[in-house]
Ligand binder design. Sequence first.
Ligand SMILES: Cc1cc2nc3c(=O)[nH]c(=O)nc-3n(C[C@H](O)[C@H](O)[C@H](O)COP(=O)(O)OP(=O)(O)OC[C@H]3O[C@@H](n4cnc5c(N)ncnc54)[C@H](O)[C@@H]3O)c2cc1C
Length: 488
Amino acid sequence: MTLMTGKEYVESLRNLDIKVYMFGEKVENPVDNPIIRPSINSVAMTYDLAHDPEYEDLMTTTSHLTGNRINRFCHIHQSKEDLVKKIKMQRLMGQKTASCFQRCVGMDAFNAIYSTTYEIDKEKGTNYHERFKKYLVYCQDNDLVVDGAMTDPKGDRGLSPSQQEDPDMYVHIKEIREDGIVVRGAKAHQTGSINSHEHLIMPTIAMREEDAAYAVSFAVPTDAKGVFMIYGRQSCDTRKLEDDADIDLGNNTFGGQEALVIFDDVFVPNERIFMCKEWEYSGMLVERFAGYHRQSYACKTGVGDVLIGAAALAADYNGVPKASHIKDKIIEMQHLNETMWACSLACSYEGVKTESGGYLIDLLLANVCKQNVTRFPYDIARLAEDIAGGLMVTMPSEKDLKGNFTGPWVEKFLKGKIGADTENRMRVLRLIENITLGTAAVGYRTESMHGAGSPQAQRIMIARQGNLESKKEMARKIAHLDVSKDNF
Ligand SMILES: Cc1cc2nc3c(=O)[nH]c(=O)nc-3n(C[C@H](O)[C@H](O)[C@H](O)COP(=O)(O)OP(=O)(O)OC[C@H]3O[C@@H](n4cnc5c(N)ncnc54)[C@H](O)[C@@H]3O)c2cc1C
């Protein structure tokens, strides 16, 4: 058992025969593709920090199954302290990459499947939990990146899986064999899919009996026969293909990644199946995965730290750091960022032990956390744009800065505060552009809205977990209501 370094992780991807398409063509070497590579660099950071003595307590832990030292991204949380360390690790990763580092979905899938399989087995006498533990040890021992794949394309949202015109709109069991199953369908918006060694599939909604063929959870290697991906493009992504566009990228090293993953009649052997038609447990698995993943949006506070820092630097370069409204706006950004953090911490500290022994976050607080995340990064981005000034979207390119004719003009007119370097000012403004409007905005903005479920999904959970009846009872007692007089 070894903890891979970032370099070893990158090399391990070369050994996979991943089938990925971009702009209508097969990508022959995804690892060195300039559009994909920054997202690989972000995942590699989850490996490199595990070797850094300063961060090893956050980034690594001891497997409760083997006693081996493992990367925390492969861990089943054994205590409230583990839940807190998880989010501290995520904030750190956000600070180090200023983008989505992609390894959380797999960690959240591990934890949700671990406790759910335990409970399925207890009622149904199946042996999914033991199978899953073996699979987990394989991932821990080999320090693998696993894509947690939940979201189906869903077709007509007003219809259930079995009511769809095209049965492939949700991943489903096409055939059951003695040695395994054949599955078909797709998973949409898959974060880090191309950078993962494995894909861990879960159903996307609670199912009814008629949807039993869609209640399926399993694992496949990313390069399994019949699995292929179509890469999701991002705003400003082709800047990565340009020469001399280092400044224009805003963040030339790191990025996130999503893809549409297609399962074209994929065979899954029995030992990799963790739910097979137990439709009654589909809701539990979805709820738990979503809960863990809503806690995980602590990562946005790490990216938020970088954005707040960049906005403060932009004010320095503009010569207005002491203006009272600028100081107040930066305070507001911090207030919003720390409010998200407080909720993520709260749901971790209020975590509870599941029957399996793994710890689950407080579901109400995790949903409140994510509901804030659907709003606050947008407000933080708005304030960053306010402080940055219009130049963050009207600025000439790096080539103009370096051009024989244009260079001196750009140098002269893009100068801010006396004594400040023009290129540095441009770099800070491009970083703000990258996080609020460019490639990183996928992770910082729209993922904050829809990732781990659109806002309404959290409101449904808040309604379910909020225990309104007990609150009514409190009010009845304080107001001395005589309910026998009521006739409704
Ligand atoms: C950047 C990013 C990364 C992601 N990463 C992952 C990942 O790694 N793994 C993964 O599994 N998923 C991932 N997701 C998917 C995410 O969970 C979904 O985007 C989310 O669940 C919403 O689904 P949707 O995008 O299909 O939106 P839709 O379902 O199309 O929702 C659009 C709107 O319609 C509403 N709506 C939808 N259905 C109904 C209905 N039946 N009744 C009433 N209103 C409805 C929604 O509330 C919303 O307002 C990611 C998403 C993003 C944006």
